[in-house]
Design a binder for this molecule. Structure first.
Ligand code: ADP
Ligand code: MG
Length: 630
């Protein structure tokens, strides 16, 4: 079969997306290949289809462990044999997974970059018959990418056992610096570079400086119909905004990482079907959404980088029809963004003490701890060491990225129980023989150190064991607490923490400190680029983006809100006439006007200034504009 036949047979597609075919050809010819395609450009297909055209296995390095299972399932559905290396407390031992990979005749095998830090793994994988190594989200290799993962830098180690194997690196966004880094770090020779333009000709970038962002969002959504995503920077704001829009008569729902998987699935489904039109969301809404007819993307806050902004706005107008990306910000926004992300970055001292505190918390001695499994009661840890939760979580995530600990959120809810009675009191109480005593008895039996240390339990297990409803369980627990037998608490976040290296305070933490400095510089650079994109109304917004990604733009986009392109301000038809007739009826504040008319802030400002100058209107003490009768 040739490429197009394979595409048709396994995927049911009739043609390649731009550059896919060229990329596959390059890989099959044995070239180290760097493919830069936008999100949704079909990067996965490049290595998946290549896998079917050659003998052996394609090893896919991906940082998105959470998505591997889905990818594998969807390949299996197509009849393509695939697996992924699992690393959680219940997975098979690595050696067994390696055997599966080597002898299992898989076409596609997914793996996380952290594996390459393990020498034994590299030695063993040498026995597999690999045809290609694909590195997905390859920008993670560079400090200049927006999601640096140091483990990516170890991937090239596989060159020592497979010196002649081609590598295919894939990413959606790569500035010239990142491109160079990818080539250097993966030891590319004779790189074939395929890059699709970053231009989105059907997308208009509209930047609004507005104090009242909620009403501006409502204005936009009322005027521009069609599917939309409204990005907020916190879960709470996403929920609040959905509520606000709903009250304003705009049907909407919210999506964020805090929803459980059933809810997420349902909302995604309804979004794809079109029964949810407007979705307020955090950045968690992105991965795996692939809806062609999104007409509008609104950002309620400045994103952290132009990469993020480009990726998120790029979800509008995939069908090629006109689409709009609005960025709403107020005067304090730039300062706020700087504070949020730069001042909150952990200092060296904080990194060092957090590491020490964690080791002490788990009683890990020097040279110990490697690959042991610990359960972290996050709230308790923060309370005990008097730590800021947000920052501590950031530091833990940093440790995870740097391969110090592996951090996995525990899905089942654990609760923390501390005994408050003596064994004698408990035994006496148990004699009563009821539901409440049954629970206490079970706790004592299952946890030999119940009276000496804090016990972490899983309510669902206890409920199953005693055949109890959740409701009864919680009631009983409450009574045990009120009776003074226990104290319980529900930690908001718990993690499995597995040290990836033995404790050697200075030695372990040094690379983290070095990387932290680089990370700081890099974040600062990105935030500054984002801010100057928002504030610069002289240059074409599209061109600022193109230049940032290393292209040399020609002309201007004629669609964005820069002075260069914005010849005709964005308003509803006959805006000025409507405005005047509204003001003639009664005085209006800007806020009230927003609820009646569609206009970009600048358009209103210009007209109001002119009318004020012509002495046709006046501003009242209550900041309302009123018409002066001639
Ligand atoms: P990326 O990783 O580049 O963001 P994906 O690999 O996730 O993109 O692919 C995005 C979507 O495009 C998927 O739904 C995929 O099935 C689809 N796709 C890929 N190649 C083609 C093609 N040649 N024709 C039509 N759809 C395609
Ligand atoms: Mg992808």
């Amino acid at each position: 079969m040739n490429k197009i036949e394979v595409l048709n047979k396994y995927w049911g597609f009739t043609e390649f997306k731009p550059l896919q075919e060229e990329i596959i050809t390059s890989v099959l010819t044995g070239n180290d290949t760097l493919a830069i395609l936008p999100t949704g450009g079909g990067k996965s297909l490049c290595y998946q289809l290549s896998a079917l055209l050659v003998e052996g296995t394609v090893l896919v390095v991906s940082p998105l462990i959470a998505l591997m299972e889905d990818q594998v399932k969807s390949l299996e559905k197509k009849g393509i044999k695939a697996m992924y290396f699992e690393s959680h407390s219940k997975s098979l031992p690595l050696s067994q997974q390696l055997d599966n990979c080597i002898y299992g005749n898989y076409k596609v095998v997914y793996i996380s970059p952290e594996r390459f830090t393990n020498e034994i793994f590299i030695k063993q994988i040498a026995h597999a018959s690999l045809s290609l190594i694909a590195v997905d989200e390859a920008h993670c290799i560079s400090e200049w990418g927006h999601d640096f993962r140091p483990a990516f830098r170890k991937i090239a180690k596989i060159r020592t056992v497979f010196p002649d194997l081609p590598i295919l690196a894939l990413t959606a966004s790569a500035t010239p610096k990142v491109i160079q880094d990818i080539k250097d770090q993966l030891l590319f020779n004779n790189t074939k570079l395929f890059q699709q333009s970053f231009e989105r000709p059907n997308l208009a970038y509209k930047i609004w400086n507005t104090e009242d962002k909620y009403n501006s969002a409502a204005q936009i959504l009322k005027f521009y119909s069609g599917s939309s995503i409204i990005y907020c920077n916190t879960r709470k704001k996403a929920e609040q905004l959905a509520h606000f829009l709903y009250e304003a008569g705009i049907s909407s729902d919210f999506f964020h990482g805090g929803l459980d998987s059933e809810e997420k699935k349902l909302k995604l489904q309804r979004w794809h079907q079109g029964s949810i039109i407007n979705m307020t969301a955090t950045s968690a809404f992105g991965m795996g959404i692939d809806k062609a007819n999104v007409r509008t993307v609104i950002h309620m806050e400045l994103p952290r980088s132009l990469e993020q902004y480009y990726q998120e706005t790029g979800r509008a107008g995939r069908d090629g029809n006109p689409a709009k990306a609005f960025l709403l910000f107020n005067d304090g926004a730039a300062e706020q963004l700087k504070n949020d992300f730069l001042n909150q970055l952990p200092t060296d001292q904080e990194l060092i003490t957090t590491y020490k505190d964690l080791c002490n918390f788990f009683e890990i001695g020097y040279g110990e701890g490697n690959e042991e499994l610990f359960i972290l009661d996050f709230d308790y840890f923060c309370e005990r060491y008097n730590r800021n939760k947000i920052k501590t979580l950031q530091i833990l995530e940093q440790f995870d990225r740097e391969g110090i600990f592996s951090l996995n959120a525990i899905k089942e809810k654990y609760i923390r129980i501390e005994s408050k009675c003596s064994p004698a009191q408990a035994i006496d109480f148990i004699k009563q023989q009821n539901l409440i005593t049954q629970i206490l008895e079970l706790l004592m039996r299952q946890h030999p150190y119940f009276f000496n240390e804090i016990t972490m339990i899983e309510p669902s297990k206890i409920c199953d064991f005693l055949k109890l409803s959740k409701q009864l369980f919680w009631e009983a627990l409450e009574q045990l607490q009120q009776g003074g037998f226990i104290r319980y608490s529900i930690p908001s976040a718990n993690f499995y923490l597995i040290p990836q290296t033995p404790r050697e305070d200075q030695y372990t933490i040094r690379p983290v400190l070095n990387n932290a400095k680089a990370l700081y510089q890099q974040k600062k650079f990105k935030i500054e680029a984002m801010i100057s994109f928002a504030l610069d109304f002289d240059s074409c917004k599209r061109n600022i983006i193109l230049r940032y990604f290393g292209s040399t733009p020609e002309g201007v986009c004629q669609k964005c809100s820069s002075i260069t392109c914005n010849k005709k301000l964005d308003t509803e038809p006959d805006f000025e006439i409507k405005l005047i007739s509204i003001l003639k009826v009664k005085p209006h504040s800007i806020h009230e006007l927003k609820q009646k008319l569609y206009f970009e802030p600048l358009a209103l400002q210009i007209i109001l200034e002119r009318l004020l100058k012509q002495k046709k209107i006046k501003q009242s003490e209550t900041q309302k504009y009123y018409w002066i009768n001639e």
